[in-house]
Design a binder for this molecule. Structure first.
Ligand code: ACM
Length: 764
């Protein structure tokens, strides 16, 4: 039965409650991903230290052991695995009839005990995960009565983690794998090499990690005391990789390694310049974006790549090996006589075909080793071997083209499944790529493009969320980016399309948060927070306050007396007006419980006349990068929103009545972006003074309202504060703030804008 339809058990429940019966409620358990079929019953099965767990046959033992280990880890309860089938206990069994899908399972729970059956150990594992999720109650645990027949919609339910731009420790990778397993996600795509770091030990080429695993970060982060460089390093030994692969396999997760070819190769070429194009000695990259450095296509380089892939294959037993293929700008190949000669030699008509030739060659190598090649959707640009699989990231078009051409495809559209984008517009979101991708955006994604004919749809293997870590420097930020959005990915990957319902998902999500905490997962709380927005009317001494939750939780409660909001506090319905000064605290609630701690915001004349960077818009209307400061080396760093191609910050409709000057606090960040052909789009307005100027305009293209020269360098704290007297007295204006001059390798960014009022008689 579909739990979205009214349950016949509910009528019984109503009667039971009327009769004040001790029966447990028959509400369906809040599982994510939603099972294909679930029918809730009444009552349940108590689980305690006496509960016996039995595995019928060897193949069932692993699932039983995993369940017992997870219960011990998260609920502090030691269950016994017994040798004899108990009369009433928990039984795991392989049963060919349980499910037609190797990942499917059947679970039955009632007063007499629990049985989990599957045709294959994979399905039994997922049955054990569901059973663990079903365990309810704080003191005495029980499993509610339920019948579940479940199987996934897609075979590829993936997560990609970029360990090249920033490195994660093995224990941290294991926590990601733990959480993936609990979400029934089954592919861990591990991005191990890039311009900024080579992270996998290759015995035959030790310099790949001796040199390629370290970079000197840009700006203050890479400058130690007295100017000595501070290196950022990290790589996985082969023993560690085997450990990760084993840990993943225990959780039914296949690890797909990625070695990026022929671009994103700066770290490798820094180690072995002979495999690059120019022959120059390169440094490992410390900028973000797209570097121009490619591998050449010589025989020696192909042998190098095959030797690397030979060691990779020996470490990763999974079927797929990812060869990258993305963002390989061909300028170096075009400029190199040697590469041009090689192109002719292999019969490639242009650089795109040379890349296709390299990929076909690697495909032959992988096939000879019983592996399948997968690559980013650029691999479609040349002739692609028929059995290559395509990862569609530049939207869904790559997936459509792949499926129409008979290739399998995994859908990872960057606008919806790149978790390096912020998940709300709250100022507290950590550094990120541009473009907010909310929980709802992720949830609503449908992996099978409507444009595909029914016969082509089988080529869509599934979906994958990707986390690129240029701006994800810490593991806390990895967790923030992944959770809870992976819950949404999991449901799309697993649950039947017709079972998906965002409102229902939101209602089930709070029940999942305790297990995140039990595993020690620092999930993002921004999707559960309340954004408190205020529009001031300074002359009237008032502020109009609007409250919202980025995920769509509607039960928002607030206070205006400084106290914590509770389920009994006023419920927010529409914007309300408060006299200044005012303070507002607000939290979103589900089932009478606050989803996270309350947000607080105070409003007074001073706060209404100040905007911090993260509450300014961009003049271009484009989403902005959220960059972090390059210092201090240890501890918290400030964040700044910047549109690096058109750096201009907008305070819409600033109330300038009675304002004499604008005080601007500006900071300096490294301009460490490799933009390839996009670099020409970066606009610099000519500077009138040697250090350039800060300018405030009326609208993005309007008249200059105020201007002041910038200092040659900021103060010791990295900031400069300028006072810009207004040239005239407009009433309300869109204020646009820009900096003139080309100050690379650094750039000025707005930190704070303050409107300074005219001195008034009596002073205020
Ligand atoms: C990619 O985002 N460069 C695949």
């Amino acid at each position: 039965m579909n739990r979205l339809r009214p349950s016949p058990f509910r009528a019984l429940l109503a009667c039971a409650l009327l009769l004040a019966s001790p029966l447990l409620p028959a509400a369906s358990p809040a599982l994510i991903p939603a099972p294909a079929h679930m029918e809730a019953g009444e009552g349940g099965f108590a689980v305690n230290a006496q509960t016996q767990v039995y595995a019928e046959g060897r193949a069932a033992r692993a699932a039983a052991a995993r369940f017992v280990a997870d219960v011990a880890r998260t609920r502090g309860l030691s269950l016994r695995i017994v040798a004899k089938r108990p009369k009433a206990g928990i039984v795991f069994a392989i049963d060919r009839k349980a499910s037609a899908n190797a990942e499917g399972y059947a679970l039955r729970a009632g007063r007499g005990g629990v049985t989990v059956k599957a045709a294959d150990p994979r399905g039994l594992f997922y049955g054990a995960v569901t059973l663990w999720q079903l365990l309810d109650g704080d003191g005495g645990l029980h499993v509610p009565a339920v019948r579940i027949d479940d199987a996934p919609r897609f075979a590829w339910r993936g997560v990609m983690l970029d360990s090249a731009r920033h490195f994660q420790e093995v224990e941290q990778i294991k926590l990601v794998l733990d959480a993936m397993a609990m979400h029934k996600l089954n592919v861990f795509h591990w991005h191990l090499t890039d311009d900024q770091g080579w992270r996998i030990e290759i015995k035959r080429y030790p310099k790949l990690t001796d040199i390629g695993a370290c970079r000197i970060p840009a700006g203050d982060a890479g400058a130690g005391d007295g100017g000595t460089p501070v290196r950022y390093c990290g790589h996985y030994t082969q023993a560690q990789i085997r450990e990760v692969v084993r840990y993943a396999a225990e959780r039914q997760i296949t690890v797909v390694p990625e070695i990026d070819v022929p671009g994103h190769a700066t770290a490798a070429i820094a180690a072995y310049s002979e495999f690059g194009v120019t022959g120059q000695t390169l440094s490992v990259g410390n900028g973000w974006g797209v570097y121009p450095n490619l591998f050449n296509a010589d025989e020696a380089t192909m042998a190098f790549l095959e030797n690397v892939f030979a060691e990779v294959i020996a470490l990763f037993p999974g079927r797929y090996v990812h060869i990258g293929g993305d963002e390989a700008v061909k300028d170096q190949w075009q400029a190199s006589a040697r590469v041009q000669a090689r192109m002719r030699e292999v019969g490639a008509r242009d650089e795109t075909q040379l890349q296709a030739w390299m990929i076909a060659r690697l495909n032959r190598f992988l096939e000879a080793h019983q592996r399948r090649l997968i690559g980013w959707d650029e691999i479609l640009d040349g002739d692609l071997p028929a059995d290559a699989t395509v990862m569609s990231w530049r939207g869904i078009e790559g997936g459509i083209a792949a499926a129409r051409g008979g290739h399998d495809a995994v859908m990872t559209p960057s606008n919806l499944l790149y978790l390096n984008r912020p998940q709300s517009d709250l100022p507290s979101e950590p550094p990120s790529h541009p473009g907010t991708t909310t929980l709802r955006n992720v949830y609503d994604y449908e992996p099978v493009p409507a444009a595909l004919a029914p016969a082509q749809r089988k080529h869509i293997l599934g979906l994958q969320a990707n986390l690129w870590t240029e701006h994800v420097r810490t593991f806390a930020r990895v967790q923030h980016a992944l959770f809870p959005r992976l819950a949404a990915v999991a449901e799309t990957g697993w649950s039947p399309a017709e079972r998906k319902d965002y409102g229902d998902f939101l209602a089930r999500l709070p029940a999942q948060l305790p297990w995140y905490r039990q595993f020690g997962i620092a999930y993002a709380t921004t999707p559960f927070q309340v954004w408190i927005d205020g529009t001031g009317d300074i002359p009237a001494g008032k502020v109009s306050v609007a409250l919202s939750n980025p995920s769509g939780y509607r039960d928002i409660r607030y206070t205006t007396d400084g106290s914590e909001p509770t389920a009994q506090s006023p419920r927010y319905a529409a914007p309300f007006v408060l006299p200044l000064p005012a303070q507002v605290k607000a939290a979103a609630f589900a089932d009478e419980r606050a989803l996270t701690t309350a947000n607080a915001r105070g409003f007074d004349l001073a706060s209404l006349r100040t905007r911090g960077n993260t509450t300014l818009a961009s003049c271009s209307g484009e989403a902005m990068l959220r960059l972090e400061d390059d210092g201090p080396r240890e501890g918290e760093r400030a964040n700044f929103n910047v549109d690096i191609l058109n750096p201009c910050w907008l305070w819409p409709k600033a109330d300038l009545r009675g304002i004499a000057a604008i005080e601007l606090r500006a900071g300096r960040l490294p301009y460490n972006f490799e933009l390839a052909h996009d670099e020409s789009q970066r606009k610099f307005t000519p500077a009138g003074t040697p250090g350039g100027e800060a300018e405030v305009r009326a609208g993005c293209k309007g008249a200059v309202l105020a201007r002041a020269p910038l200092p040659a360098r900021p103060g010791a704290d990295g900031f400069a504060t300028l006072k810009l007297p207004l040239r005239k007295q407009p009433a309300a204006q869109d204020l646009c703030i820009t900096f003139s001059g080309d100050t690379r390798p650094a750039m000025w960014v707005v930190d704070r804008v303050t409107l300074v009022p005219r001195k008034q008689r009596g002073g205020r």
